[in-house]
Design a protein around this ligand. Structure first.
Ligand code: FAD
Length: 324
């Protein structure tokens, strides 16, 4: 039996794995994260004796996304993984909402991972190819390298895919490496803040020169327990201009900016840097393949979770077609 390995168990890697498993093929996933999420993660923070949840990456799937992805999301977990989110906009602003994770951004990712063979907490750094297939290692001397696998799917952000491909022999996957280099992803500093005294008459608001998006977490489906929790995402230009500052400095700067915006000081503020957050320039194809290596992810198609699903689903079907 031909076994496939998938590096990266975010939405794209999981969609690829589900497409393979649905066709009866053996597939194993490896992810450096401690649990399901990738960029659709939910962070838990203890504050004043409460555990608050913050969706510090993905917020909601736009309603006008690709139909196949929207149908798959609506069916996930019998329809319970996503729910409509219609935030009250700030006066004069347009904030669309869409489908949000019901109970947290990582709920749909957890649902996608259910029943699949995923090894969390494993950062794959080396890929080797021998006549038996691909082996994956956490470093160059990894005696316990995982494999061999007959097919390999790389489902990580473009720059990280480029780094993995760069470590392979130059003849093996030059086209894939070139494609990864051609995509452009922008960074995002995200602030997670507790602001119990902030009570604006809106739930989400759009660009203001510093923040792209400010969201009241408790306005999302099944999130009533997160009252006082706010997520504020700095825009790409601000994030790029402050990229190498420490999370503590960013938490202070963005905490002050959010405090001015909401007219209340945060009692807790934590910053998270997404170095490769959103796809600004996609490759323009669902996936690519070369020498039994397949690459997928949002950066091939576009900036949304639905793009990641479409890319992964297409890659999984393509892998299956080569196995027969
Ligand atoms: C701040 C922010 C806001 C966003 N807002 C929205 C939104 O509102 N709506 C929307 O539709 N989309 C949004 N997105 C985009 C959306 O989150 C992504 O398009 C989607 O999650 C990408 O899925 P993916 O599987 O391609 O990549 P990822 O989710 O990044 O998954 C890649 C996985 O690979 C793992 N990995 C990476 N390198 C390795 C390695 N070497 N070894 C092992 N594992 C590895 C990572 O841990 C990760 O789990 C947002 C993203 C960010 C960051």
């Amino acid at each position: 039996m031909v076994r496939t390995a998938v590096i990266g168990a975010g939405m794209a890697g999981l969609a690829a794995a589900r497409a393979l498993a649905a066709r009866g093929h053996a597939v194993s996933l490896f992810d450096k994260g401690r649990g399901p999420g990738g960029r659709a993660s939910t962070r838990r923070i203890e504050v004043q004796g409460r555990t608050l949840r913050f969706d510090h990456g993905f917020q909601a799937v736009p309603d006008d996304g690709p139909h196949a992805a929207l149908r798959a999301f609506a069916a996930l977990e019998g329809g319970a993984a996503f729910a409509p989110w219609r935030p009250r906009p700030e006066h004069g602003q347009h904030t669309a909402g869409g489908l949000a994770g019901a109970g947290g951004a990582n709920v749909p990712i957890r649902a996608m991972a259910r029943g699949l063979d995923v090894t969390w907490g494993t950062w794959i750094e080396t890929i080797r190819r021998s006549p038996e297939g691909f082996s994956l290692g956490v470093d160059t001397d990894d005696a316990a390298a995982r494999g061999p696998f007959g097919r390999l799917v790389i489902a990580v952000p473009a720059d990280q895919a480029g780094a993995l491909l760069a470590g392979m022999p130059p003849t093996l996957a030059p086209t894939l490496a070139q494609a990864a280099a051609s995509a452009r992803m922008t960074p995002c500093w995200t602030l997670m803040a507790m602001m119990p005294d902030a009570r604006p008459d809106w739930d989400a608001t759009g660009p203001d020169g510093v923040f792209d998006l400010i969201v009241r977490e408790a306005s999302k489906p099944k999130r009533a327990g997160d009252a006082g929790a706010w997520v504020a995402q700095a825009d790409a230009a601000w994030s790029a201009g402050h990229l190498e500052q420490t999370p503590e400095e960013i938490a202070r700067l963005l905490g002050e900016a959010l405090g001015r915006r909401l007219g209340a000081a945060p009692v807790m503020a934590v910053a998270h840097r997404w170095r490769f957050a959103r796809t600004e320039r996609a490759v323009g194809v669902t996936h690519l393949a070369q020498a039994d290596i397949f690459v997928c992810g949002d950066w091939l198609l576009g900036p949304t979770l639905a793009d990641a699903w479409c890319s992964g689903d297409a890659a999984g079907a393509a892998v299956a077609a080569t196995i027969g």
